[in-house]
Design a protein around this ligand. Structure first.
Ligand code: AMP
Ligand code: GLY
Length: 426
């Protein structure tokens, strides 16, 4: 069978790598792909991004399954286009993808269905937003409604930061947020305390199959300092997701979301990712929904998955996820992102990358912003590589990942030295 993966990041490299390991898959196309997916044995890049062009290709090449990595093609309606042409694809419809593409929609949905989340208010008018901020005070969180590549959230510790965020989100749009209908909008919400975890499940419209838990590191610098990024590293499992927390998340967040979407007439299919804040009592609250897998969470999660991902996704697109049980490597997987100079604001491109190791059973280097230039591999985006390793515990996985990482070089490389620190301190 031939498979198509849509996207060009580290998540898509990991998806394609894992799918290619299935004995039933002989070719994985990655559209548009990156320098890592261009070179690998069963993988091939495809310079396409438009939904109709992708569907044309899937039809003419008899692609048996398409998987969507990032949010942009989902909110452009790629799943709707494929389905209308009878093509098998795993992901949410454009309407269901609003759980991610509109924070205001997601908050209203959660409130209506009793899903635990921070108290909030929504504004389109900057004066009203400023007045509200003055009433509630700091700390407070300001979020742009539309998609902003992970950069549309400001956790403001002072009122001045919050007012500034309202201005650049609502008035200047310096982040280039993709506005939804009705123009710029912000969600202002209560600042929650606790520990974060990424809880990702597969949904076939009715049944839910949870993946292993994980934790991301959103800030650029060690000690969770500096600006928010798309994610600088991740590991799986996340010890904060105890069996008790797991049960509560399924019961209080995931199942009500899947049921609520079905009841609202927008049945959810695809990966559903709940970004959670878990307080000291193990009470989970939803910070956000993503309607796709996380990047970089996918890289460590898929390193640990022993089951055949292709089989799992065939069940997911047949509506038979209740027949699947996933097998996991008991080891911990940990991935460290190497980003280019200037990331996240102005990533530099074109630096030569050297020292990449051979693929090993316990270590993989997944590519994101890389591009082949003859025999040279060069940086071509913000997050460049995700060095991912397995180990018997977090410390050993961390040691192995950094050992591999130290052999890799490109000018201006930025990476955190403390990925996994929360799990090690525990
Ligand atoms: P989001 O894109 O909504 O997940 O937000 C990005 C990051 O901002 C999250 O991973 C959290 O670290 C932080 N964040 C978002 N909402 C809140 C909140 N209500 N309270 C505290 N931190 C938050
Ligand atoms: N790593 C966070 C995300 O994929 O949204």
């Amino acid at each position: 069978m031939k498979v198509l993966v849509i996207g060009n990041g580290g998540r898509e490299h990991a998806l394609a790598w894992k799918l290619a390991r299935s004995p039933k898959v002989h070719r994985v196309y990655v559209a548009p792909g990156n320098g890592g997916t261009a070179s690998h044995g069963h993988l091939e890049n495809l310079p396409l991004t438009e939904p109709e062009a992708l569907a044309d290709f899937a039809e003419s090449e008899k692609i048996g399954l398409t998987v969507v990595g990032p949010e942009a093609p989902l909110s452009a309606g790629v799943v709707d286009v494929f389905r209308s042409r009878g093509l098998r694809i795993f992901g949410p419809s454009r309407a269901a993808a609003r759980l991610e593409s509109s924070k205001a929609y997601a908050k209203e949905f959660m409130q209506r269905h009793g899903i635990p989340t921070a108290h909030y208010a929504t504004f389109t008018d900057a004066r009203e937003a400023h007045a509200y901020l003055d009433r509630v005070g700091a700390p407070i969180v300001v979020k742009a409604d539309g998609l902003a590549a992970g950069k549309g959230v400001v956790v403001a510790t002072t009122l001045a930061q919050a007012h500034e965020a309202v201005d650049f989100m609502l008035v200047d749009n310096t982040l280039g947020v993709q506005h939804n209908e009705g123009g710029a909008r912000v969600v202002i919400e209560e600042c929650l305390q606790g520990e974060e975890a990424s809880f990702i499940v597969l949904v076939d419209g009715t049944h839910v199959l949870p993946l292993a838990s994980s934790q991301d590191h959103k800030r650029l610098l060690d000690g969770d300092e500096g600006p928010n990024t798309g994610g600088m590293g991740a590991y799986s499992p996340a010890p904060v997701v105890t069996p008790n927390v797991h049960a509560r998340v399924m019961h209080e967040v995931i199942q009500p979301t899947v049921d609520g979407m079905a009841r609202d007439g927008v049945p959810f299919t695809g990966f559903l990712y709940a970004g959670l804040m878990i307080d000291a009592d193990g009470h989970p609250r939803t910070l956000e929904f993503n309607t796709r897998m996380g990047d970089p969470e996918t890289q460590p999660i898929l390193m640990r998955l022993k089951s055949d991902l292709f089989d799992v996704l065939m069940h997911a697109t047949d509506g038979t996820l209740d027949q699947v049980e996933l097998q996991w490597d008991r080891r911990v997987a940990l991935g460290v992102v190497m980003a280019s100079a200037g990331y996240p604001l102005q990533p530099r491109k074109g630096d030569a990358i050297t020292g990449l190791p051979e693929e090993a059973d316990d270590a993989m280097v997944f590519h994101a912003g890389t591009q082949r230039d003859g025999s040279t591999l060069r940086t071509s985006g913000g997050r460049v590589l995700c060095v991912t390793a397995l180990g018997d515990n977090v410390r050993l996985a961390q040691q192995r990942a950094y050992e591999v990482l130290r052999g890799i070089h490109f000018d201006g490389a930025q990476y955190r030295r403390d990925i996994g620190h929360r799990a090690i301190r525990r």
